[in-house]
Design a protein around this ligand. Structure first.
Ligand code: PAF
Length: 275
């Protein structure tokens, strides 16, 4: 595995083979392992799997968890090596952003709801860094998890609108045995919070199986289940169209239930297709 830490070195990497990128912020876990596996499948044995690890300051809220975000460098490196990654790009923040930076990438429609409403500027940070990674590493395809459903929709839109010649590959959410969606932030949860956080999967599956037509009824059912856990603080529970992310009133084949709920200081997101 080649490890590259400067942009100049990354740009200088000759690329004769198909390259598939898995952009991450590190603290790698089994869901990243799945993204890397899918990247390998897409790259083929002669292609190249690249992983970027960069905790992107631009996508964190002021006073958010940027400083305490886990950065287990050695373990991440080992993880990538064991997963058969060919290229690990791990730049320093000061090399990625010029201090007088004044250019950003902003998607202005899909970003206005859900996470975008709760975390202003978050998707501007995500789009800016992903566009930079696309320019620096020039992948043929990039792999993203469906857990960050809105992020995936926004990246697809950015790729379409800005004509990046890069295929976007979506990977279904990977879950722990009790249903909790894998996330680097799960490690912040204490044991009581961790136990109660399983309510998210319960609420999503119950809402899905109830097969209610009215989105209000779906949301009410999910909220009721989540509120049974005393530590859960709901930010949003919404039914949206999977492409436009606009709220829907009557659920259909393209409806997705999305939620953000905090347990203590840890905010978790999850989602599920309704049909
Ligand atoms: O999903 C993430 O880990 C991040 O938002 C991403 C896509 C790596 C951009 O920093």
């Amino acid at each position: 595995m080649k490890i590259v830490t400067t942009i100049a070195d990354a740009l200088a990497q000759a690329r004769a083979k198909r390259r598939v990128l898995v952009p991450t912020m590190g603290a790698l876990h089994k869901a990243h392992g799945e993204l890397i596996r899918v990247a390998r499948e897409s790259a083929g044995k002669d292609g190249e799997v690249a992983v970027s690890i960069f905790v992107n300051p631009l996508q964190f809220q002021p006073g958010g968890d940027y400083d305490r975000y886990p950065r287990p460098e050695k373990a991440d490196e080992e993880f990538c090596r064991n997963a058969g990654v060919d290229l690990l790009f791990r730049p320093l923040a000061e090399n990625v952003y010029a201090t007088d930076r004044s250019t950003f990438v902003e998607e202005t429609s899909l970003s206005s709801t859900l996470e975008g409403k709760s975390r202003p500027g978050h998707f501007r940070g995500v789009c800016t860094v992903v566009a930079k990674l696309f320019n620096i590493l020039a992948p043929d395809a990039a792999v993203f998890g469906e857990k960050d459903f809105q992020q995936l929709a926004i990246i697809r839109r950015m790729v379409r609108d800005l004509n990046f010649n890069i295929g976007i590959i979506a990977v279904p959410t990977m879950r722990e045995e009790d249903g909790l969606a894998c996330s680097s932030r799960n490690q912040y949860l204490n044991s009581e919070e961790r136990e109660q956080a399983t309510v998210l999967f319960k609420a999503l599956t119950a809402a899905r199986h109830a097969r209610k037509k009215s989105a209000n009824d779906v949301v009410a059912l999910a909220r009721k289940i989540i509120n049974e856990e005393p530590l859960a603080r709901i930010d949003y529970v919404e039914v949206a169209d999977a492409e436009t992310l606009k709220p829907v009133e009557i659920t259909g084949p393209n409806s997705v239930l999305l939620l953000a709920v905090s347990f203590g200081k840890t905010r978790l997101i999850d989602n599920m297709r309704l049909v």
